[in-house]
Structure formats: structure tokens, C-alpha cells
Design a protein around this ligand. Structure first.
Ligand code: FE2
Length: 224
């Protein structure tokens, strides 16, 4: 019944899963005797946490509240889960703050503790994203046309500052499949200015492998 409907969560969640896996793996390998490496890892985790926070705020404001306006009686498990994520993010931010204050002998133990807490937080997020891509997507399809869902997404994207929007676009393009990337870029070429499209293409080139880039370019004829 809903085959080929548009799933608003898929692309951004692929990007998030990639950043989450990379940040956690990097933290596990940290040189816990090197203050510079420790600080870089803490900053990476902080950046990931702020990405998670802005992502859930976007979902609340531009997707889930619109769904509740349309169908006020719906029970959305994501509301409570998002509240729990906000608390979890705040707890981890506090933990990072404390790591910056502890003396070197305690730091190794604290970093391992942070690594484990991040693993649990990301595991919770992985389950949450699965729920959104299945149950929540279904509820959107039940209540809105694909045009209306695209309109929600356009409003969400328009609320993001241009520089951050470009960074997110590249993050998505670098972490979706070849077919998805080709389709998204073809649509962007239709809807964006030549300058913006060129900027996206040039930025993307450094984020995907050469064989992937060559194949994409052969199909879309993007490069000069
Ligand atoms: Fe969410």
C-alpha cells in the first residue's frame, strides 16, 4: 500500500549513524596520555551531541508537531524518547566537563567511562531511529501526501543557517547509497543555482572514494 512512499528520516539518519559510529570508534582509540588528542576527541563528541540535539529539535518542530496538529489523538513514543535524549545529552556534556578538570591519573578511567556511556546513548539512538523510519514514517504516510511531507522537509531545511545546511548536505551525500546520491544530486541540479550545485559537487568530491566519484560523474556529467 505504501510502497515507494517518501521516507523523510532515511537520509539524515544515515548521515547521523555514520558520524556516531566514527566518533565512538575514534574515542575508543584515543591516546589517553596526550592532552591534545583527548581534547580533540572531547570536541568531536560535543559536536556530535549538539548535532543530535538540533536534529531532535528539528523533528519536534517541523515533523512531529505538524503530525499532532493533524491527528491530535495520536500517541507518539518519540515525544518521551526525545525528552530522554535531551537529559542523556545533558548528562554526557556534564561528564565531558568533569573530564577536563580531572588529573591525568584519573583521566584514563573517565575516558573509558565516557566511551561506554556514549555507546549506550548511541545504541538508544539507533533503536529510536529505527522506530522513526518505520512506525513514525507510517503515521506520516497515513496522514500526509508525499508532497506535504516534502513541504515539511523544505521548511525544516530552510530553518538551518546556510553554512550548516551545506555541511549537512555533504554529510548526507557522502553517506547514502550510489543510487540515492545520484537521485538527490539530479534533483538538486534542477532546483539549485549553478554556483550552489558546483559548490556541493566540489565539496562532495573529497568525501567519497575515487571509483564512486568516477561512476557518479560518468552518469551525471557533473565535473567541468
Ligand atoms: Fe528522533
Amino acid at each position: 500500500m505504501y510502497i515507494n512512499r517518501y521516507n523523510i528520516y532515511t537520509f539524515i539518519h544515515k548521515a547521523l549513524r555514520s558520524v556516531m559510529c566514527q566518533a565512538l570508534t575514534k574515542l575508543g582509540r584515543v591516546d589517553d596520555t596526550d592532552v591534545t588528542d583527548i581534547e580533540q576527541n572531547l570536541k568531536d563528541i560535543e559536536k556530535l551531541l549538539s548535532l543530535c540535539l538540533s536534529h531532535l529539535e528539528h523533528e519536534n518542530q517541523f515533523i512531529h508537531s505538524i503530525l499532532l496538529d493533524k491527528a491530535p489523538g495520536l500517541q507518539l513514543p518519540t515525544i518521551k524518547e526525545h525528552e530522554e535524549h535531551v537529559q542523556h545529552i545533558s548528562d554526557i556534556q556534564e561528564e565531558i566537563h568533569k573530564i577536563r578538570l580531572v588529573s591525568p591519573p584519573q583521566r584514563q578511567r573517565c575516558l573509558l567511562s565516557l566511551y561506554r556511556h556514549m555507546a549506550v546513548f548511541l545504541a538508544i539512538n539507533f533503536e529510536h531511529m529505527q522506530l522513526e523510519e518505520t512506525l513514525m514514517a507510517q503515521r506520516l504516510w497515513d496522514n500526509f501526501s508525499d508532497d506535504e511531507i516534502h513541504h515539511m522537509e523544505q521548511n525544516l531545511v530552510a530553518s538551518i543557517p546556510p553554512e550548516q545546511r551545506l555541511e549537512t548536505t555533504i554529510l548526507i551525500l557522502a553517506n547514502i547509497s550510489h543510487s540515492e546520491r545520484r537521485e538527490l544530486l539530479a534533483g538538486m541540479r534542477e532546483s539549485s543555482s549553478q554556483e550552489l550545485f558546483a559548490l556541493v559537487v566540489n565539496s562532495l568530491k573529497t568525501h567519497i572514494s575515487e571509483p564512486y566519484w568516477q561512476k557518479l560523474n560518468a552518469e551525471l556529467q557533473m565535473a567541468a
